[in-house]
Write a protein that binds this ligand. Structure first.
Ligand code: SAM
Length: 280
């Protein structure tokens, strides 16, 4: 049987292996082949790519990736889904040598048997932000990707300063990549139909702006600034710098107005504060 998965086959596989989709694992499977092809296309996957997919589920997107990529590596937490995937791939006449299945919690995976070049995933909603940030950090070989996330999360990832959605994930992701919106996905393409909207976010990796120790310091500042986002920076960063006067002094030296809030700052501003405080 060639071609991609359709709605009837997805339900049949789930019933046969005893999978009743759960909210806890964010199990909303895409039952529309065109949506899967569209996602792979927007990720600009080529025949040279080693694609990484987190949460392949029944395999809808996996098969669409196998049509184009040289190899596909998948990480699936649910052992029944991980075990069944090679059978589905074989039935759809893709060579099994093209597929590597890892049955694990994606958050716990720090090494992969082959280095992926592109991330394409319909991410489990409850862990989408940590998965994205961790994989950008852990796998520098990932040069680009497209992830499907809850629309609210997509808005956060691509938000501009001084907007409600702008927050620590927005700023942190920019350490590694440029992120942009890549369209929305209708609820009707999922089984079961989710009660939230979904959107695609594309990223393209760029060089990191500074060394790893400065990244850690910068991220501490970002966390503190957004933990109390209504506070002025001199207050929000006072614990880190041992008082509000000390925080003001560092901020002024870095050329950042201490009365601003974190939401007004770009990544480069947080980095400037870290360099001023820890490297000068
Ligand atoms: N890619 C499939 C699709 O588009 O039809 C399924 C996507 S579904 C939104 C999310 C998948 O991630 C499920 O198969 C779920 O079992 C898996 N999952 C949930 N949490 C996970 C985790 N921490 N690590 C790896 N996989 C996870």
């Amino acid at each position: 049987m060639s071609g991609l998965l359709g709605a009837a086959e997805i339900r049949e596989i789930a019933a046969r292996i005893g999978v009743h989709p759960t909210k806890k694992l964010g199990q909303n499977f895409v039952v529309d082949a065109n949506t899967c092809r569209r996602i792979v296309k927007s990720a600009e996957v080529t025949s040279e790519d080693i694609a990484l997919e987190i949460g392949p589920g029944i395999g809808s997107l996996t098969l669409a990736l196998l049509e184009i990529a040289a190899e596909v590596v998948v990480i699936e937490i649910d052992p029944r889904l991980a075990q069944e995937l090679p059978n589905t791939v074989g039935r759809h006449e893709f060579p099994l040598s093209q597929l590597t299945v890892i049955n694990a919690d994606a958050l716990e995976v720090h090494e992969l048997p082959i280095l992926p070049t592109v991330l394409v995933a319909n991410l489990p909603y409850n862990v989408s932000v940590p998965v994205l940030l961790n994989y950008l950090e852990r796998f520098p070989s990932l040069r680009s990707g497209v992830v499907m996330v809850q629309s609210e999360v997509a808005d956060r990832l691509v938000a501009s300063p001084n907007s409600k959605s702008y927050g620590s994930p927005t700023v942190k992701a920019q350490w590694w990549a440029d992120l942009s919106p890549a369209g929305s996905v209708a609820r009707s393409v999922f089984w079961p139909i989710p009660n939230v909207d979904s959107s695609l976010v594309r990223f393209v990796r760029h060089d990191v702006p500074a060394c790893e120790s400065l990244r850690i310091k910068t991220f501490q500042l970002i966390d503190a600034a957004f933990a109390q986002r209504r506070k002025m920076l001199r207050g929000a960063l006072s614990e880190i710098f041992g008082g509000s006067a000390q925080a003001s002094a560092v901020l002024e030296k870095a050329g950042v107005d201490p009365t601003l809030r974190g939401e007004a700052l770009m990544l480069a501003d947080f980095l400037k504060i870290a360099v001023t405080a820890y490297q000068e």
